[in-house]
Design a binder for this molecule. Structure first.
Ligand code: FAD
Length: 278
């Protein structure tokens, strides 16, 4: 059972609770990106199991009219076990998505996985364009990856980057990451006619995306995490901006919850208040 303090960030343990959460979001005009918690498997079995769970979830999404899709992590599909395992599992998920006309996002993990993730995405998106890939502004290679993806079908979500990366490949200074985010965002608005996904809670970046939309006419959507700036998510949706909430679910919630609490003082205080019942 997920304790009440973690429920702010996690949409329950079961697919049924994740679907209920998606229904509630849709009622507020917000789409749902569902993510089954799990990553860095060092054997094939859990990667295959999560793949099956995603395929079942896609069937459930297909049976409803919900605005819901999924986002998968390469290491959850077995990338640490082998690139072949990852690609096989991704293909199974894409087949299930195609059968249900559902959208598949792919998260991006640390820089050692970028090339394999891009290759696997490109191999699938040529035949199934309802896919999108996350790119990270903190990585120095990202402008050329934007260029590479813009020539293909599919979409791109730009985030600042959640992994501690070495300075040879990344910007480590926060101000420089913000500058890179703005540069990459403008480049993406110029390159992706089909639209750009802004994966950020940062009000400055969201305002900047609105300016870029006015300048280039490129459609965009804002994607934020469950439990983070939810009022802003609802306000943006009410203002007519396309908003998706990334909502994790599943029984591996503890480390995810810990990460959310540690990254921001307010989240820790919220958790403490919930424990104290006030
Ligand atoms: P930050 O730089 O953390 O904060 C900037 C400003 O945003 C703050 O000053 C504040 O005004 C506001 N803000 C931020 N957090 C909060 C909060 N909790 N409460 C109130 N205000 C807040 N990273 C990856 O590496 N790979 C992925 O695949 C990936 N997918 C993601 C998908 C989505 C939908 C999102 C939203 C993020 C994803 N990330 C991913 C994480 C991302 O890389 C960042 O680590 C994370 O979003 C924090 O950066 P930020 O742009 O939100 O703003």
């Amino acid at each position: 059972m997920i304790p009440p303090i973690a429920r702010r960030f996690v949409a329950g343990e079961s697919a049924a609770s994740a679907m209920d959460h998606a229904r509630g979001l849709n009622d507020d005009g917000i789409g749902a990106i569902l993510n089954l918690l799990g990553e860095h498997y060092d054997e094939r079995r859990p990667a295959d199991e999560d793949t099956r769970t995603y395929c079942d979830l896609l069937d459930e999404i297909g049976e409803t009219s919900l605005d819901a899709c999924i986002s998968v992590k390469p290491s959850q599909l077995g990338l640490d076990v082998g690139e072949g395992v990852f690609r096989e599992n991704l293909e199974r998920i894409v087949e299930a998505a195609a059968a249900n006309e559902a959208f598949v996002w792919m998260d991006m993990e640390d820089h050692t996985t970028t090339e394999a993730t891009l290759d696997a995405f490109e191999a699938q998106v040529e035949t199934y364009p309802k896919m999108g890939l996350c790119l990270q502004a903190n990585l120095k290679r990202t402008p050329s990856d934007i260029e590479r993806l813009a020539d293909r079908p599919g979409r791109m979500r730009l985030v600042k980057g959640a992994y501690d990366e070495p300075p040879e490949v990344s910007y480590t200074d926060k101000a420089r990451v913000n500058e890179a985010y703005r540069e990459n965002l403008e480049f993406a608005f110029q390159e992706f006619d089909a639209g750009v996904a802004v994966g950020s809670h940062d009000p400055e970046m969201i305002d900047y995306a609105k300016d870029l939309h006015e300048e280039y006419g490129t459609p965009y959507e804002v994607q934020m995490l469950m439990g983070v700036r939810e009022e802003a998510q609802r306000d943006l949706a009410a203002d007519g901006v396309t908003v998706y909430q990334y909502a994790p679910y599943g029984d591996r919630w503890l480390s995810y919850f810990y990460r959310r609490v540690m990254e921001r003082k307010e989240n820790a205080l919220f958790a403490l208040r919930a424990v104290l019942g006030r």
